[in-house]
Ligand binder design. Structure first.
Ligand code: ADP
Ligand code: MG
Length: 206
């Protein structure tokens, strides 16, 4: 199932999704659009996930997969969730969605569990996939050279490869009704934004 007013931004850390969400908010305002992210900032499940991601609470990778799916369920179906807003004609932009689970958790707990846990969630109308090399994204995050941090580069490389697989598998399902737009995220914030804006104009007549 597709949520017609739901739009998702995905990419490895440092790809620039949060920067673009902010630009969208500046341009579109909050009357007709809603801006959100996963893990959900306002939910208890999201707060718990952030503690796990920071390393404060160690859990088995499978446990994290379940919690991400639970948080997503709340994001969609909870009070003032995406499904309700989508049905009211409000454009819902999310910085990350189930594609993050499929890519990141595949890198930590394998493909099967995240796939199972995310198989029944609705898809967005548009998926913007931010493509960037791990070296460039890591340099953005750390603001310095990447030579000392091999491990992080390795993890980002693995995640990047998983993302490519996930996005390719959805692109092949042409009948899903979801449009996949791949963006060269190494371009400037304004250039990336113009690609997003053009797609939104074509889709929603903005
Ligand atoms: P993400 O949310 O994908 O992890 P952010 O949007 O937080 O990434 O951006 C990470 C860093 O890179 C920030 O310092 C941001 O200012 C910078 N940045 C974001 N987009 C670009 C871009 N297109 N070109 C150069 N730097 C960028
Ligand atoms: Mg971000």
């Amino acid at each position: 199932m597709i949520l017609q007013n739901f739009i998702v931004l995905e990419g490895i850390d440092g790809a620039g999704t949060s920067t673009q969400l902010k630009k969208l908010k500046e341009k579109l305002g909050t009357t007709r659009a809603f801006y959100t992210a996963e893990p959900v900032e306002t939910s208890e499940t999201g707060k718990f996930l952030r503690r796990i991601l920071s390393g404060e609470v160690p859990v088995h990778p499978g446990t994290a997969a379940f919690l991400f799916a639970a948080d997503r369920n709340e994001h969609l179906y909870g009070k003032d969730g995406i499904v309700q807003k989508d049905s009211e004609g409000i454009l819902c932009f999310s910085d990350r969605y189930l594609f993050s689970s499929l890519a990141y958790q595949a890198a930590t707990c394998g493909e099967d569990l995240p796939r199972l846990l995310n198989s029944t969630f609705p898809l967005p109308r548009i998926l913007f996939f931010f493509k960037i090399t791990p070296e460039v994204s890591l340099a953005r995050i750390t603001g310095r050279g990447v030579t000392e941090i091999y491990e992080k580069v390795d993890f980002l490389k693995k995640t990047e490869a998983e993302y490519e697989k996930v996005v390719a598998s959805f692109r092949e399902k042409a009948d899903s009704g979801m449009t996949v737009v791949e963006i060269d995220a190494s371009k400037s914030p304004d250039e990336v934004f113009s690609v997003i804006w053009k797609t939104l104009q074509e889709t929603y007549g903005l």
